[in-house]
Design a protein around this ligand. Structure first.
Ligand code: GLU
Length: 510
């Protein structure tokens, strides 16, 4: 791919620090990284912080941290430097004014001295006439002398792009083919604002040019800006990069992904306990088919096999159910010790561990818990949440309450009834005897299973009748992990204590 690239391929992601790091930033970074990777190129991070109204302190650091968390690394960026730096637009401020003026000299832009009042009147008039809003070119024809005079008098001005009135601008988008715009319909975009700040359009193309960006891979929402960018490159006499517009991530009603309908902050995904591998894999499935129906892959596999032409434009729906499934696959694939380490903070958050410092022995127990619970959980947080009965030795039996739905009520009733049932009582008694006879404290999962199964043989009753009361006295819950796993994790002593405490507390006559 890219055999026709004469220059070293350089791609970038250029987020604006306006809040929490956005899932779309990671998505776009991933595809830029993969494209640079297969072309032996570079991927860089640039921070576009010229919009001071939307600037949010701390946001930039969160972007660095989130990309690092996801292993979406860059070889140049504000925090690591590089030979095309600085990589933060606020540090490149002087450049933009200089280039804006250069463009005026070249005839591609012009000074506009129209004040707010005139612009508002213009807008009103256009509205009344049913015309689209846009600048009317009033200052395009000012003479050199008129301009000099106004500048001397200190009249505030902006610099605008001089869009041609005729002809077309065509984006040759790799994924979309030619996207054609009529020049007459494109506004004379402000490039430099009255306060000397550049707009996104100017700063973005000046930097892409100076930073040697060869391929701009960004979301499709930027398509309307691209003809302006192409005109800017033309006016400067610079070669434009190749533009590739990725499909937008969408909510399930197909609207653009938004906070109201989907979590969009990368911090949220981290705090929920999604693995970086799971989230990156999921993003790699958005609008992209890896091939052979393969849905689970590592970042390295994705990068090594990447082909930009396999991006599809259908508008991928950001489906948390699918993400949960992908994440579960990665949790099951992950080294158990590593997964356990990652789950520890979530156990602390649930209050099941006092601190993240655990002894070797505790760690071994945690590993057992994680091994069991990762099978059915979507996130690390879920692993921790579902693990309550491994940690909590003192509990109360559930009670039937008003707000329970029918199903829940039934299962609680069954649990409580099993403690009055003759077989249930026998089962508890026999279980205590067997545990007391057991040498040592530990069970392997197999041994725990065998011990429980021996009750079935001895009592010649169905598993429901036998295990339900044991679940009640061991965990106080009507559902949860397999009983043998509970025994395997908590061991004989804790099991006996739990059973005896419950029997005593509820006067269960065995
Ligand atoms: N600063 C823009 C953003 O926030 C960059 C868009 C582009 O990639 O050109 O996404």
């Amino acid at each position: 791919m890219c055999v026709d690239c004469k220059k070293r391929v350089r791609t970038r992601v250029a987020p604006s620090p306006t809040g929490d790091p956005h899932v779309g930033t990671a998505y776009i970074a991933l595809f830029n990284i993969a494209f640079a990777h297969v072309n032996n190129g570079d991927f860089i991070l640039r921070i576009e912080d010229t919009d001071r109204n939307r600037y949010t302190a701390g946001s930039e650091q969160m972007i660095f941290d989130a990309l690092k968390w996801l292993d979406l690394g860059y070889s140049e960026g504000p925090d690591i430097g590089g030979e095309y730096g600085p990589y933060r637009q606020s540090e490149r401020f002087d450049l933009y004014g200089k280039y804006a003026k250069e463009l005026v000299e070249k005839g591609g832009a012009y000074y506009c001295f129209c004040d707010q009042e005139r612009l508002e009147n213009l807008r009103e008039r256009q509205k009344a006439m049913g015309l689209p809003p846009g600048y009317d070119g009033h200052c395009r024809s000012l003479t050199k002398e008129e301009i000099e005079e106004k500048l001397k008098a200190g009249v505030p001005y902006v610099i605008r792009l001089k869009m041609p009135y005729e002809g077309e601008t065509i984006i040759h988008d790799r994924l979309r083919g030619d996207v054609v715009f009529e020049n007459s319909k494109i506004d004379d975009q402000v490039l430099l604002k009255a306060d000397g700040y550049p707009t996104y359009h100017l700063a973005n193309i000046v930097d892409d040019h100076l930073m040697g960006i060869t391929h701009v891979i960004r979301a499709e929402e930027w398509i309307p800006s691209t003809p302006k960018h192409i005109q800017l490159y033309k006016a400067f006499g610079w070669e434009a990069p190749e533009f590739i517009h990725m499909p937008l991530l969408r909510n399930d009603d197909r609207s653009k992904i938004s906070k109201r309908k989907n979590p969009v902050s990368l911090n949220w995904y981290k705090e929920e306990g999604y693995l970086k591998e799971g989230l990156v894999n999921f993003l790699g499935l958005m609008g992209y088919s890896y091939g052979d129906g393969k849905e689970i892959f590592t970042l390295q596999e994705f990068k090594d096999n990447f082909n930009i032409d396999k991006v599809t434009l259908g508008g991928p729906v950001f489906d948390l159910v699918k993400l949960g499934w992908v994440n579960n696959q990665h949790m099951k694939m992950k080294d158990l010790g590593e997964l356990t380490k990652l789950t520890i903070p979530f156990f602390v958050n649930e209050g099941y561990l006092e601190s993240e410092n655990v002894s070797e022995k505790e760690f071994e127990t945690l590993k057992k818990i994680v091994e069991i619970e990762r099978e059915g959980a979507k996130t690390l947080k879920e692993i921790a949440k579902n693990s309550r009965f491994f940690f909590v030795d003192e509990f109360s039996l559930p009670e039937v309450t008003e707000d329970m739905d029918k199903k829940e009520r039934k299962s609680v009733e069954r649990l409580l009834n099993s403690l009055k049932d003759e077989v249930g009582l026998k089962s508890i008694k026999l279980f205590i005897e067997k545990l007391e006879k057991w040498e040592g404290n530990e069970f392997t999962a197999e041994q725990a299973k065998d011990l429980l199964h021996s009750l079935l043989d001895d009592l010649q009753e169905g598993p429901g009748k036998i295990f339900m009361p044991l679940r009640a006295v061991l965990t106080g819950e009507s559902k949860g992990a397999d009983l043998y796993n509970v025994l395997y994790v908590i061991g004989k002593e804790r099991a006996l204590k739990r059973i005896k405490d419950t029997v005593k507390k509820y006067n269960i006559e065995i």
